[in-house]
Design a protein around this ligand. Structure first.
Ligand SMILES: Nc1ncnc2c1ncn2[C@@H]1O[C@H](COP(=O)(O)OP(=O)(O)OP(=O)(O)O)[C@@H](O)[C@H]1O
Length: 475
């Protein structure tokens, strides 16, 4: 495990000139654990990586220019002409903008009162802190400078900071051993803990949460960043329940079309192509798919009592979405999970497609608002909206949606009650049919659509057992 931990921050990109020495040429035929092996024999790797980082920084400057439309990146570290070359971490930390650089020359204690620990990661502790000037509270993550990719985490956080779905970096302080990252405080805790407490996510809740997550993932990808460690431990919540993506310790910059090679991630959430060691930003969609599966049915899709078993499951287990607990989940939800957990990367759904998926459209507030706006002009003949309904078997694309779908209440009803289809044969075209159906939908009085996921609570095992086995631990 020590080896795995060392590996955690070790992923590198194609931009590096010597990946063949990091990944053996025959890596595809090796077992996942033996793939990790070569990354772990690492004095050598560290040396190469240092050299490589300079190349990456230089290439990033070029790739910024060459990057295709849609990918925007911050100036690469060291791009400022006033920066003396080759000063390692300090120089790299200097690439963060003025707002986050303010505190660099001062000691953090001069401006913040450091308080109790609120979290502990493998690579640093997180403490509550209070701004002396304003009294505002923040979270302070202290990262040991010995951690070789600390600069990357800081730089990526600064690069992404400002999006409402990303934990905002307020300032960075430096002392002889550590960097202190002052971040916005997410007082709502981790999504993981909420999942353990809550036990049941309705489809409504899961869809809204997934949409928020995918919007952030899409933002990261558009900004040329792959998170590589999407999991509920890394999703924090504000007091108002908004999610914020955190922990960019494994994140890397990527240019359009670039491949990534480092085997990193958290076992239960890792995409199959990561285990092969050649992947792209689509790994984040897989991770979000694992999360959606867990939100809806309370268990991880790929399980096992050893790392090898989990990896084997990720590579080969065929998920059965047709029986057992899945009977209580709507077909569009199942369809989306299946598309997100598609092993063929070229077939796997993209972030944009997830956002356009009928299940997401149907359940998210914006769609419901749009629907009600669309419905108003249609209802201009004086018939109260609540009297209008689709009769199953009459409309070509049948879907019965009730006003209850706006509620978050859990009242388990068979999915077939809420997403009625003419026949099983229509399943194949269900998603397209739903997209059409959504535009024809009428809202009827209080028969509630299915809003609840499984009746069983999410067992602790789905996260905590895995955690106990260290299978959720990033590597
Ligand atoms: N901005 C924040 N607000 C509140 N709590 C936070 C914040 N950032 C981190 N934490 C807490 O600290 C914990 C560890 O933070 P983080 O995941 O960033 O550290 P890490 O060392 O990279 O962790 P990991 O072991 O998951 O890689 C989080 O799980 C969370 O409980």
């Amino acid at each position: 495990m020590e080896l795995l931990r060392k590996k955690r921050k070790g992923g590198e990109t194609q931009a590096c000139s010597d990946p063949p020495e990091i990944l053996p040429s025959n890596h595809k035929s090796q077992s996942p654990l033996s793939i990790i092996g070569p990354h772990l024999s690492l004095e050598d790797y560290s040396r190469r990586k240092k050299k490589c980082k300079e190349e990456v920084a230089a290439e990033a400057a070029i790739s910024c220019k060459n990057r295709l439309t849609g990918i925007v990146t911050a100036p690469p570290c060291g791009s400022s002409s006033s920066d003396p070359p080759g000063r390692g971490l300090k120089r790299k930390i200097g690439c963060i903008d003025a707002a986050t650089r303010i505190g660099r020359k001062k000691k953090i204690e001069q401006e913040y009162v450091l308080g109790a620990a609120i979290g502990k990661g493998k690579f640093g502790s997180v403490r509550l802190c209070r701004c002396r000037a304003s009294g505002a509270e923040f979270a302070c993550k202290t990262l040991c400078k010995l951690e070789e990719t600390v600069h990357r985490e800081v730089e990526i956080m600064q690069h992404l900071s400002g999006h409402p779905g990303v934990v905002t970096l307020k300032a960075v302080y430096e002392d002889s051993d550590s960097f202190h990252l002052v971040m916005e405080l997410c007082s709502g805790g981790r999504l993981l803990d909420q999942m353990a407490r809550k036990g049941c996510y309705s489809e409504q809740q899961a869809a809204n949460l997934l949409r928020e997550l995918i919007l952030v993932i899409k933002y990261c990808h558009d900004m040329g960043v792959v998170h590589r460690d999407i999991k509920p431990e890394n999703i924090l919540l504000t007091t108002s329940g908004k999610m914020k993506l955190a922990d960019f310790g494994l994140a890397v910059r990527i240019s359009n079309g670039q491949r990534l090679f480092g085997v990193v991630g958290s076992p239960a959430y890792v995409a199959p192509e990561v285990l092969v060691g050649d992947y792209s930003e689509k790994v984040d969609i897989w991770g979000a798919g694992v999360l959606l599966h867990t939100l809806l049915v309370g268990v991880l899709p790929f399980r096992g009592d050893s790392l090898e078993a989990v990896f084997e499951a990720i590579k080969s287990v065929k998920l059965d979405f047709h029986s057992g607990i899945w009977e209580s989940v709507s077909r569009p939800a199942r369809d989306l999970i299946e598309r997100m957990l598609t092993r063929d990367v070229s077939e796997r759904i993209t972030a944009d497609e997830v956002l356009r998926h009928p299940w997401i459209l149907f359940y998210t507030e914006r769609t419901l608002k749009t629907l009600s706006m669309k419905l108003k002009p249609r209802n201009n003949v004086g018939v109260p909206v609540r009297q209008l309904t689709i009769t199953p078997g009459v409309e070509s694309n049948m879907i019965r949606i009730t006003s209850g779908s706006l509620s978050d209440d859990c009242s388990p009803v068979s999915s077939c009650d809420s997403w009625s289809c003419k026949s099983e044969e229509q399943d194949c075209g269900l998603v397209d049919a739903l997209a059409v159906a959504i535009s024809r939908v009428r809202i009827s009085e209080p028969k509630r659509t299915r809003l609840c996921g499984p009746t069983i609570p999410i067992p602790q095992e789905c996260s905590s057992n895995m955690k106990a086995n260290n299978l959720c631990t990033a590597f």
